[in-house]
Design a protein around this ligand. Sequence first.
Ligand code: BES
Ligand code: ZN
Length: 468
Amino acid sequence: MKKPFLSLTIATTLALGGVSSSPVLAAPAHSSPSEKAPSSDKQIVKRINVDKIYNNIAYLSQSPRVAGTESEYKAVQFIKKQFKSYGYKAEIEEFQFLSYTDPNKVELAFDGYDGKVQPKHLTYSVNGDVSGDVVYAGIGTLEELEQANVAGKIALIQRGNLSFAEKVVNAAQKGAVGVIIYNNAVGDLNGTLGGVNDQYAPAVTITKEAGEAVVAKLKNGEKVKASLKIEGASSGEKTSYNVVATKKATKNIKAKKSDIIYVTGHHDSVAGAPGANDDASGTSVTLELARVLKDMPTDTEIRFITFGAEENGLLGSQHYVDNLSEDEINRSIANFNLDMVGSKDAGELVLLTNDGEPNLVTDLSQASSKRLNGVATPYGEGGRSDHVSFSEAGIPAALFIHNPSEPWYHSPDDTIDKISKEKLQDVARIVGTAVYDQAKVQEKKPNPKHKKGKKQRMPHLHFKKDIR
Ligand code: BES
Ligand code: ZN
């Protein structure tokens, strides 16, 4: 059900091999239909009201919206109310997740080593109050732990090769009462065990410097004892939510068969951060585009979604994508994911794809930004947000973000006063016109070169290698 994207001229040229195989293709002037859409662009641009975006950010960023808390639920109710006021029947989807609360006390003291030790807990580590001889166990394979005879002792393991979780589970399996992992690079090591597991022993990390100093003593035949305390950590099941507003295809096509485009953001924030930019900004642009596009004639379904528990590991989007039917996945052509799109103190807008390759989302957005601003927004490689869940399901997806990020990222200073209306407006325009360019009802001229089922190459407006 994909609409032809190439003009006949370009498709023919490519089919005849008349254009070099270089991925860098300049957009030929006046040849792509996507570059000749000023009237529909204007319809979208004039409808976007940046004050509405700004006011929604101001409301949402009054406090942090940590997934699974009352404050997330309040935000979710607000988002649903906004969608409904635009005429959508918005749905709240609930899902459960395991959340981890960091310990309030992490202590490690060596008897036999006087250097500075600043232990960090590994996320998902269990609590404990243990002491014993320290034994060196290499990188923490089962064989090394067996050979080091770690039972009843504290295993000192070097970072690398195995995951932190594998090292900790291996050590616990061989009877270690605690685990210390030392860094293999300079600096602190803030790691995660990746999830809850009742087979863990209490585990902390230390620097390379401290770890190597203790290993040297042990190798020298000296005895080193340690006591390790982790207190206040907890894990438990929590509930988070996605909010979904769907605009069905309006015309010309059986709604059941239409393509689906997703415009998304995440409404949750990290603890302590009001998350004005991360990501009340993407949530509020998503809301505004839902309002703007509500009554526009489209032959494509558009789903506007704000996800919960993104900050806990993209959990809301993962839950959403996992529950799409095969038919829905097949009909899904694009995910425009907006995350951190309004900071005054961040750099330029970029489009990031999980594999660094261009796709329909970057193509449409480069074309719309070129039409609106005269320059195509560059693309590059990047994960770290909900587009990854779509991309892993085979749905073309890109993250809209400013690069470099603002210094307030994940901090209490991510507040409304750092938000730029110009940036919000620019992103809303680029995404709104890109989505509508693809979704609008248009006369489809039969294209003899466009064989059914055959993938078409697209003209890209690609630039430099990294952030291209
Ligand atoms: N908005 C950020 C992702 C981000 C920040 C991307 C800066 C690029 C530059 C997102 O909300 C986030 O913080 N993601 C987590 C990863 C996630 C899998 C928990 C992150 O990057 O630490
Ligand atoms: Zn974010």
